[in-house]
Design a protein around this ligand. Structure first.
Ligand code: HGY
Ligand code: MN
Ligand code: MN
Length: 416
């Protein structure tokens, strides 16, 4: 059976409607979303996604990390399935498309295949990975990491959120502990459609990012301990100020990233100040450094320099200093054959495209360890993401999903 022609396209209006309907669950305060993992809103979004998948004739499987797998049967039940998916959880001030486009775009691919009455040899599976963001429970990509054998389930279940709630208990509370053994599923291939979350594709006027690599990441949680004291009556020379230490280290992180340009980034996004009272010198600060590079040597060098700088600042200020890695993956090279299929699909469909390295981490980065994997990206406005003002156009969403459709049909092998 020849591969479907370039006139086969997804239903863009249906996809856009589904994105808008999902965005109503866990709404943000500024037009985006706050559907953090394992909250009631996440549970509600999962139920909606399950209803949609079942209405599209798929059967839903769930594993013990809450990863969701909706299967469209193939003509050969023994053939390894072709997976596609991403994540439905969002940042606390997240956008409507980060992750969600990859899950609902995959659903739209199945809806379109159904509309066309196509059959494929390989089953097709639409996936929602639990806790990709790592905002509530670090690290990011936690459940795909367990699936890929990076983390144990016990480690994951015992991760706690800022209120001390445990991942395993929260997953049970929302009723999404499945019965499948994590990682037991075998894949022919996995595709992840995702917004770029950076400015390159829009700036270059390209509709499709052919993702060849993903940059590596370290999340280093630093705890500085000083001494709570009065901000008014304590002489400057007597202060043991953990807040000052955090400020100096934050500046050093920026300088270290700038010293490794191009292809290096670094920042501090999460800070907990204790006791966080206006007139108390902080005796303890816990903050996470996020450093990334597509180049292994730069990533390793930045980690060493940040740790050296943190201990040096702590010594200057008489602070205690402990550093715990709470997230890490090395730079990723996606499957060249699948990358070629994505590129050829974009060309067949007449979409402008360019090769790109993913700046953000994705579940695909872990699944790449256990199955041939790659990604398809579409632009986002001003490259903005992890911000409620995140925006894409319906045309960009449709272009990325059209490419996903054709790439998946090629790998799943249309039979009639
Ligand atoms: O941190 C990341 O790159 C992703 O958004 N979890
Ligand atoms: Mn994402
Ligand atoms: Mn994200």
């Amino acid at each position: 059976m020849p591969a479907p022609g370039e006139n086969l396209r997804i239903n863009s209006a249906r996809l856009w409607d589904s994105l808008n309907e999902m965005a109503l669950i866990g709404p943000g305060v500024a037009g985006g979303c706050n559907r953090q993992t394992l909250t009631d809103a996440d549970g509600e979004g999962r139920h909606l996604f399950k209803r949609w998948c079942e209405a599209a004739g798929m059967t839903m499987g769930v594993d013990t990390m809450g990863n969701m797998f909706a299967t469209r049967p193939g003509t050969d039940p023994d053939a390894l399935p072709v997976y596609m998916g991403s994540h439905l959880d969002t940042q606390p001030t997240g956008g409507r498309y980060d992750g969600v486009l990859g899950v609902l775009g995959a659903l739209e691919v199945v809806r379109t295949i159904n509309d066309m009455g196509l059959k494929t040899k390989h089953p097709i599976v639409v996936t929602n990975w639990t806790n990709e963001e790592g905002a509530r429970f670090a690290p990011a990509m936690l459940a795909s990491g367990v699936f890929a054998g990076i983390h144990t389930q016990d480690y994951a279940y015992n991760r706690t959120d800022p209120e001390g709630k445990r991942f395993g208990e929260e997953l049970a509370r929302i009723g999404w502990v499945g019965d499948e053994v994590v990682g037991a599923r075998k894949m022919k291939a996995m595709f992840e459609l995702h917004i770029e979350q950076g400015p390159i594709l829009e700036a270059e006027g390209k509709s499709i990012g052919v993702v060849t690599h993903g940059q590596g990441l370290w999340w280093l949680e630093i705890t500085l301990t000083g001494k709570d004291a009065h901000t008014g009556s304590t002489p400057m020379a007597m202060r043991v100020n953990a807040g000052l230490g955090m400020a100096r280290i934050t500046e050093r992180v920026h300088q270290i990233a700038m010293s490794h340009q191009p292809n290096a980034v670094g920042a501090v996004g999460q800070v907990f100040v204790h006791p966080n009272s206006r007139n108390v010198i902080p005796g303890k600060v816990v903050f996470t450094v996020d450093i990334r590079s597509p180049e292994q040597a730069k990533l390793d060098a930045m980690r060493a320099e940040v740790e050296r700088a943190a201990h040096a600042v702590a010594a200057e200020l008489g602070l205690g200093c402990s550093i715990e890695p709470v997230g890490h993956f090395d730079p990723v090279t996606f499957d060249p054959e699948l990358v070629g299929i994505v590129r050829a699909s974009a060309e067949k469909l007449g979409y402008s495209h360019m090769d790109i390295v993913s700046g953000a981490g994705h579940d695909a980065c872990w699944i790449n360890r256990v199955a041939p994997t790659t990604m398809v990206m579409c632009p986002c406005v001003d490259g903005l993401s992890h911000n409620e003002a995140e925006e894409i156009s319906p045309e960009w969403a449709a272009a990325g999903t059209d490419v996903l459709l054709h790439a998946v049909l090629q790998v799943a092998e249309v039979v009639e």
